[in-house]
Each structure stands twice: as structure tokens, then as C-alpha cells.
Design a protein around this ligand. Structure first.
Ligand code: ADP
Ligand code: AMP
Length: 215
């Protein structure tokens, strides 16, 4: 099953992808998580990416295209993949089409999770993240123990780019550079829109209905 979860920052892609990856036994490929791991490890890629991420800008296409090519050719993608946060520009989408042709794994569906801007700001400003990739919300999805990850027990933190002024910039970048991909994949006949405003379990059930068609 070859799926991309699409939507603005804060739509719930990561939250849904964690559970979908378990249910369907396909790897969750979050370019944001991969970049943050590189920032934490102080790699050359991480040092380059950080200057863009801190400002709410996109990391340059050539960096992301190389990264996603490496990741998708990994052996764990043989049974499928679940993309989260890639592609974010038309050149990234074009490169993805080429890579997927080379490995004979074209996308089955691009699932677009729709949430209003006001709700996105609330979700992002209350998000608390864990280095293990889990994310929570102080009101909507709190951890069992305040400030502690349910999955691994580590301390939760607020991402630097989840501060109010960076959130606004990320939403502006989404509208300018990423939103045009909705038409791109609609024209390709593989776009499915999902209402992302319900509770996590309701959104999950709606996404599963789509993914079950490709089992
Ligand atoms: P994305 O990966 O699309 O940027 P996340 O999955 O990290 O978004 O979700 C952003 C924030 O919104 C997190 O704090 C998460 O706990 C919360 N969240 C996710 N889905 C929902 C939902 N359906 N209702 C309310 N809050 C949600
Ligand atoms: P995310 O975790 O998906 O919200 O991504 C966090 C940040 O990582 C973004 O604001 C960008 O700076 C960078 N990033 C993640 N994925 C991409 C991508 N596909 N293209 C460019 N930058 C990306």
C-alpha cells in the first residue's frame, strides 16, 4: 500500500501516521522527523536544514529529493510506505513520480486532511513533541503523565517552530508552495479529501476506509 498523507502543518498527519503504520505494517516516513533527528545528531544535513526549519521555511528541494530517494529505496519499503510531510513543492512531487516509477511503487492515494487555519494554530501552539516521534496536545490529546511521553517515558518539549510567529510563517509557506499540490494530485486522479476536524479516532476511521481499498 503506497500512500501519502497530505495537509497543512498541524492537520494531524503525524498523529494519524503513527497508528496507520502499525495497523497496516508499512513504514511511516516523516521528512520532518528525519530532519529533526539530523539536527539533534548535529549532522551536516541537520546543520544545513536547521537554518530553514527555525524560520518556518522549507528546506531546499535538492536536499529533500536526495533524502526521500534514499529512504524509499530502503528494503522496509518493499511492502509499501506512508509518506508524511513529503512532497511539499511541485519539483518535489515531480521528483517523487520519477523515483516511484524507478522502483515500481506508484502512489495509490494522496489523502488530504482538511482543517481550518484557526484550528491549526490552536493545534500547533498546544503541541508537545517527543524525540521518539510521538506528539501530544496539552488540551486535545494530553499524555497520561504531564510532560512525559506515554510511549517511551522521555520528557516532552515544544518545538521551536511551534511558537506563534513561526506557525504563521509555516502556514503562509504552506499556502504558497504546498497547497498547489492539491490540484496536482486531483488532476492525477489520486486525491482523497478527509475532514480532519473530528476527534483523532474519527479521523482515523475515515482514513482507514480509504486505505482498506488498497489492501
Ligand atoms: P502534523 O503532523 O500534520 O503537523 P500532528 O499530528 O503533529 O500534525 O498534530 C498537531 C497537533 O494537533 C498535535 O498536538 C496533536 O496532538 C493534535 N491533533 C492531532 N489530531 C487531532 C484531532 N483530530 N483533534 C485535535 N487535536 C489533534
Ligand atoms: P514537519 O515536521 O512536517 O512540520 O516539518 C518541519 C519542518 O521541516 C518544515 O517546516 C520544513 O522546514 C522542514 N521540512 C519537512 N519536510 C520538508 C519537505 N518535504 N520539504 C522542505 N522542507 C521540509
Amino acid at each position: 500500500m503506497n500512500i501519502a498523507l497530505f495537509g497543512p502543518p498541524g492537520a494531524g498527519k503525524g498523529t494519524q501516521a503513527k497508528e496507520l503504520s502499525k495497523k497496516y505494517s508499512i513504514p511511516h516516513i516523516s521528512t520532518g522527523d528525519i530532519l529533526r533527528a539530523n539536527v539533534r545528531d548535529g549532522t551536516e544535513l541537520g546543520l544545513k536544514a536547521k537554518q530553514y526549519m527555525d524560520k518556518g521555511e522549507l528546506v531546499p528541494d535538492e536536499v529533500l529529493i536526495g533524502l526521500i530517494r534514499n529512504r524509499l529505496t530502503g528494503s522496509d519499503c518493499e511492502t509499501g510506505y506512508l509518506l508524511d510531510g513529503y512532497p511539499r513543492t511541485i519539483p518535489q512531487a515531480d521528483a517523487l513520480t520519477d523515483i516511484l516509477k524507478e522502483i515500481s511503487k506508484p502512489l495509490d492515494a494522496v489523502i488530504n486532511i482538511e482543517v481550518s487555519d484557526d484550528e491549526l494554530v490552536k493545534r500547533l501552539s498546544g503541541r508537545r513533541s517527543c524525540a521518539c516521534g510521538e506528539s501530544y496536545h496539552v488540551m486535545f490529546n494530553p499524555p497520561e503523565k504531564d510532560g512525559i511521553c506515554n510511549a517511551c517515558g522521555a520528557d516532552l518539549y515544544q518545538r521551536d517552530d511551534d511558537k506563534e510567529e513561526v506557525i504563521r510563517q509555516r502556514l503562509a509557506v504552506y499556502n504558497e508552495k504546498t497547497k498547489p499540490l492539491i490540484n496536482y494530485y486531483d488532476d492525477a486522479g489520486i486525491l482523497v479529501n478527509i475532514d480532519g476536524t473530528g476527534v483523532v479516532d474519527a479521523v482515523f476511521a475515515d482514513i482507514c476506509k480509504v486505505m482498506n481499498q488498497f489492501k
